[in-house]
Design a protein. Structure first.
Length: 355
């Protein structure tokens, strides 16, 4: 089995970050979302991975590489513009050949893994197998109607009156039968080739489509709020490790990871927290659910439930909460008032806040 990862989207919901970096490289627990995706695929035993990329292709390739560090081989497949998930399957046909494959959206986080679904698919080999998750509002998703045996009866894309709460969450398993379907369907009203339309066509032609329910933690990291929630969730699963320097006056509690080259001085850290390599934390209070990237400097600052990307500098800020601070951004005080602040800040930004 091969894997097809879709990483060509523009990430409009994550602006301003997606103006200067692809959303699939936003760090969760100090590692890009796409790294988590590749490792999830490797856990299935898949080593041949194709990644569909758009205008950020070169940047993604620089970060993810050729796959060797994951024990895999990665092929990058360019897409000039997003034209739907089924279009990605068409583009990848030379890579996929006639092999079975798993298709995985590159901004999806399923930390509990779907290896059991891969095993089910390999054992029974239906024409396709979809992964579903119960959601409170199915209208924003592709929705599956499933019988008692787990066979899919119908798929509807973003229905106004859904008959099920079972949403498609961006992981699909296919045999080569999918190729004829994607070549047959027409673009939807939004001008894209929808994978739900292709699977629905297979159903109408009598193909067996199975469903598997994923009951673990799932997050589409398409919005800043989703990224922060997912970051806190993954931090909670870490094991404490201190490879950097922590002075005798600092206080650490909970799960704390301090990478090599990092320094913590006269500070209080309440985990779960991760501090990246070569970062400096001085006279600060770092609260739970916070990731500090590599090469950052935090001085006289209090921050909780936030993500600070590489090279950021924060000084004399008493109340950052649920904030995303971009690469090489600078946050420092102004002389007006006092407040708690929430920020979503793009790369190389300079912000002045109430001291």
């Amino acid at each position: 089995m091969k894997a097809l990862v879709l990483s060509g989207g523009s990430g409009t919901r994550l602006r301003p970050f997606s103006y200067s970096m692809p959303k699939q490289l936003i760090p969760i627990a100090n590692r890009p979302v796409l790294e988590h995706v590749v490792e999830s695929i490797r856990a299935m035993g898949v080593t041949e991975i194709g990644i569909v990329v758009g205008s950020w292709g070169a940047t993604i390739a620089d970060v993810i590489g050729d796959g060797s560090r994951f024990g895999a081989r990665i092929t990058y497949i360019p897409q000039d513009e997003p034209m739907g998930l089924a279009h990605c399957v068409q583009l990848a046909r030379p890579f996929l050949g006639d092999d079975d494959f798993v298709m995985y959206l590159g901004d999806n986080m399923l930390p509990d893994g779907v290896t059991h679904v891969a095993e089910e698919f390999t054992a029974s080999r239906p024409a396709a197998q979809v992964v579903l998750h119960r959601v409170s509002d199915p209208r924003a998703f592709g929705v599956a109607e499933v019988d008692e045996s787990g066979a899919v009866q119908r798929l509807v894309e973003k229905p106004q009156h859904p008959k099920s709460d079972l949403a498609l969450i961006g992981v699909y398993f296919f045999t080569k039968a999918i190729h004829q379907a994607v070549d047959t369907i027409k673009p939807s009203a939004r001008g894209e080739l929808e994978i739900t339309d292709a699977i629905q066509l297979m159903l109408e032609q009598g193909a067996q489509i199975k469903a598997s329910l994923y009951e673990g933690y799932w997050q589409d990291t398409g919005r800043a709020e989703d990224v922060l929630e997912c970051n806190a969730r993954l931090l909670a699963a870490l094991t404490s490790r201190i490879d950097g320097e922590v002075d005798d006056t600092s206080e650490l509690s909970g799960t704390v990871v301090i990478a090599a080259g990092a320094r913590v001085v006269r500070s209080k850290l309440v985990g779960p927290i991760i501090v990246g390599a070569d970062s400096v934390v001085e006279d600060s209070h770092i609260g739970p659910g916070t990731s500090i990237g590599t090469g950052c400097t935090l001085r006289a600052t209090r921050i909780t439930e936030s993500i600070v990307l590489a090279g950021a500098n924060i000084a004399n800020v008493p109340g950052l909460h649920r904030s995303l601070i971009g690469r090489s951004a600078s946050v420092s005080p102004s002389d007006r008032g006092i407040a708690q602040h929430r920020m979503v800040i793009g790369d190389n930004t300079v912000i002045e806040v109430a001291a």
